[in-house]
Design a protein around this ligand. Structure first.
Ligand code: ADP
Ligand code: C5P
Ligand code: MG
Length: 393
């Protein structure tokens, strides 16, 4: 706040409140900033105290005090906290009777008062204003003890701040919630997620895509191509588990055994590895998570912990083709599970445990399926179209 800015208080008695628009228009025309506005109801005690703080009354005014209190308490008053350089001069010009020029000439003895009334539609004694630094501050503090006027300005006005940030997104969230065909069991939780996902003050959300398919369907191969074209970060759940196993982690032996048997490692271990790996990639635009969620409960746990995803890309490939590819890969991969015995177990796990995930998300329209039995290039041609579409959404 610059030194010559000052705050003032205007209190409209109830009989003047309905005409506030004209007064506010004039104030704004004079570059007065309205930093706070509230309708308040004064009881007799508060009205009395306000009048004491407002001015030391003259004898005549003291005699009229009862009437004034009655005027102030008959309904809600309107209080405006205003800010401007040389505020007192401006308010005097606007509200002192002899400075008000009426649109129509008033007649009779009390021409100046008539001029005020004609312009604003109420007599001048229905508006109280104080601009004297101490006096205004006392009145504002009395009426609004929690209002911190020093932190208030056009750019730091709570109502304006909310109007430009939270209100639009909250309105759109509530609208979406009303439109949902299946209403969520926990609407506040749903709304919270919506607000986080659509928060305009946060950097653009990193998109998450899952890639599923049977063992050998080509997940890793296709992800490598997507990384090159779409600059996504590829995280393979299987690769992370193998790395964890080799790192000498306490879970290493269990992971080793489960991988050889084609079993699914407990979700919390995999999700923790994925979450850590994602946090390390702060620069990426999005994630391709390959080989996950392999089990239905992993999907829910991940969404709760990390967030929503765009879709699951499902590579559909006949078992005989996958087996051929894996046996070929096994010639050089060095993987403990690229042998016929492990491969067969992996197929069984895929059908029994992972296909229900595929079907669940298909039914929720969060799955895109591609025929992965074709050549690498043919498969990729289909896949990339989904990512191009998702990028433009
Ligand atoms: P996944 O990650 O799903 O287990 P990979 O991408 O590692 O599958 O592919 C398994 C093997 O099959 C690899 O040796 C790879 O080179 C080969 N492969 C991948 N896609 C195709 C394809 N469309 N046609 C033929 N071979 C493929
Ligand atoms: O995806 P990939 O073929 O590399 O996975 C190898 C093995 O890693 C799986 O057969 C399974 O034992 C384990 N895995 C898991 N949970 C995942 C992904 C992989 O247990 N989400
Ligand atoms: Mg793979």
């Amino acid at each position: 706040m610059s030194q010559s800015d000052s705050f003032g208080l205007l209190l409209f008695a109830p009989a003047a409140v309905s005409k506030k628009a004209t007064v506010i228009k004039d104030l704004k025309q004079q570059d007065c900033e309205i930093v706070y506005e509230e309708q308040i109801r004064l009881d007799v005690e508060r009205a009395k105290k306000f009048l004491e703080l407002y001015s030391k009354p003259s004898e005549e005014e003291a005699n009229r005090k009862e009437d004034t209190i009655a005027t102030l308490t008959e309904d809600s008053c309107l209080a405006l906290v205003v800010k401007k350089k040389q505020l007192s001069t401006t308010l005097k010009q606007l509200f002192e009777q002899n400075n008000v020029s009426a649109d129509k000439e008033g007649g009779g003895e009390n021409t100046e008062e008539n001029a005020f009334s004609t312009k604003y539609g109420f007599p001048s004694d229905l508006i109280y204003y104080c601009t004297d630094k101490e006096n205004a501050k006392e009145c504002i503090d009395f009426l609004f003890p929690n209002l911190d006027i020093r932190s208030m300005s056009e750019s730091n006005n709570p109502r304006k701040y909310l109007e430009s940030t939270v209100v639009p997104i909250l309105t759109s969230g509530l609208t979406q919630l009303c439109k949902l065909e299946h209403k969520p069991e926990h609407p506040c939780e749903w709304l919270g997620q919506y607000l986080i996902q659509h928060d305009p003050t946060l950097p653009p959300k990193k998109k998450i895509y899952f890639v599923l398919g049977g063992p050998g369907s080509g997940k890793g191969t296709q992800c490598a191509k997507l990384v090159t074209e779409f600059h996504l970060c590829h995280l393979s759940a299987g690769d992370l588990l193998r790395k964890e196993m080799q790192s000498g982690s306490p879970n290493g032996q269990m992971i080793d055994r489960m991988i050889r048997n084609g079993e699914i490692v407990p979700g919390h271990i995999t999700i923790e590895l994925l979450k850590n790996a994602m946090e390390e990639q702060s620069e990426t635009r999005g994630f391709l998570i390959d080989g996950f969620p392999r089990k239905l409960d992993q999907a829910g746990a991940f969404e709760k912990l990390v967030g929503d995803f765009e879709f699951i890309l499902f590579l559909d490939c006949p078992q005989e083709e996958m087996e051929r590819r894996l046996l070929k890969r096994g010639e050089s991969s060095g993987r403990s599970d690229d042998n016929l015995e492990s491969i067969r177990k992996r197929f069984t796990t895929f059908i029994e445990t992972t296909m229900p995930v595929v079907e669940y998300y298909r039914s929720r329209e969060k799955l895109v399926q591609v025929d992965a039995s074709r050549s690498v290039e043919e498969v990729y041609k289909d896949i990339r179209s989904y990512f191009i579409e998702s990028k433009s959404v």
